[in-house]
Design a protein around this ligand. Structure first.
Ligand SMILES: Cc1cc2nc3c(=O)[nH]c(=O)nc-3n(C[C@H](O)[C@H](O)[C@H](O)COP(=O)(O)OP(=O)(O)OC[C@H]3O[C@@H](n4cnc5c(N)ncnc54)[C@H](O)[C@@H]3O)c2cc1C
Length: 298
């Protein structure tokens, strides 16, 4: 428990024992010991400065790539959306967005300003912070290809201006300096045909709707694609579509998606992830690595 009453030092929202199923797209999992939604960046900085240095912290956006185990998260979850929701265009071709701005908004707002390059963000159901942390990507483009600079916050609430060279960026993974989290990014876009870009967004969303189970509780692709392969192809080749554990099931439509049919526990989902990985390794000799982040206690 915190040494001081955190509700008194913030304009944001503090809750204890908050079910994380409410804040993750899998709609499953345990509770956060403490849950904080800052009102804005200043509020976040004050909160961070007051939090005990030993308190574990987990920054989240829309929880669209996150599984919190049923025993819950033994620390403070900090959800930066919608509080860190400011964005602006600076210097003509740079979109500056705080970490809580949704990826869909980055795509839409850029196109409205006649800026192109961020269309692929349209169908990624997360935030700028989550996209930076995961190097989210789609249809051949990735988040960090656009990043010109980012701002991070440290454990004491201090802000740092950082450049892409300060991070190790790979396929769906990014190594941040220890004890820092993303609060904003500058995306370098370029002027172009806004209408053509809007049309491209429509096409990408249609493609996504055809290929993926939309409207069901999932976390998108569960496993990263191994070099030169597709995780979905391997899972399908092993006959695992439809395999279920409790309320969790490998999607019939897209084999790299696991759906919560309504009553899945985090344990059901994690067990199914393990079974899929073991089967693919046994039958194809390839160990699939999860893309989704799994945190908390069993
Ligand atoms: C239907 C569906 C389709 C998807 N399609 C795609 C796709 O095409 N491409 C793709 O790449 N992903 C896809 N995803 C996965 C997911 O949307 C992305 O990984 C997204 O970037 C996660 O953003 P988020 O804000 O929800 O992050 P969260 O799920 O909240 O967090 C993910 C990770 O990022 C960390 N994190 C979040 N915010 C911050 C921050 N401010 N600072 C530091 N760390 C932070 C968290 O601690 C966690 O480790 C899909 C998911 C779903 C449900």
């Amino acid at each position: 428990m915190h040494a001081i009453d955190m509700t008194e030092i913030t304009r944001g929202l503090v809750r204890y024992n908050e079910p994380m199923a409410k804040h993750t797209s899998w709609r499953a999992g345990g509770a956060a010991r403490c849950f904080f939604e800052p009102a804005d960046l200043d509020d976040l900085a004050v909160f961070m400065a007051q939090l005990s240095d030993r308190e574990p912290r987990l920054f989240i956006g829309l929880g669209s790539n996150l599984l919190v185990r049923d025993g819950g998260y033994p620390g403070t979850v900090i959800m930066v959306t919608p509080g860190l929701g400011e964005w602006s265009v600076i210097g003509g071709e740079v979109l500056r967005a705080q970490a809580g701005v949704t990826c869909a908004k980055v795509a839409r707002n850029s196109v409205r300003r006649g800026l192109v390059g961020a269309e692929f963000f349209a169908g990624i159901p997360g935030t700028v912070g989550g996209a930076l942390a995961m190097n989210a990507g789609a249809f051949g483009s990735e988040t960090w290809e656009l990043v010109e600079a980012v701002t991070t916050i440290d454990r004491a609430g201090g802000l740092h201006a950082r450049l892409p060279g300060d991070f190790r960026v790979g396929y769906r993974q990014v190594e941040c300096p220890a004890g820092e989290w993303f609060v904003a990014a500058d995306f370098r876009l370029h002027g172009g045909d806004g209408e053509a870009a809007a049309e491209r967004i429509r096409e990408l969303l249609e493609r996504r709707n055809r290929q993926q189970p939309t409207g069901l509780a999932s976390c998108g692709s569960v496993f990263r694609n191994p070099a030169g392969e597709h995780a979905a192809r391997l899972i399908e080749a092993c006959g695992l579509k439809g395999l279920s554990v409790g309320g969790a099931q490998v999607s019939d439509q897209h084999a790299n998606f696991i759906i919560n049919n309504g009553a899945a526990s985090a344990e059901d989902i994690e067990t199914l992830i393990g079974r899929v990985a073991e089967t693919v390794e046994r039958e194809c000799g390839i160990r699939l690595a999860p893309e989704v982040r799994i945190v908390g206690e069993r």
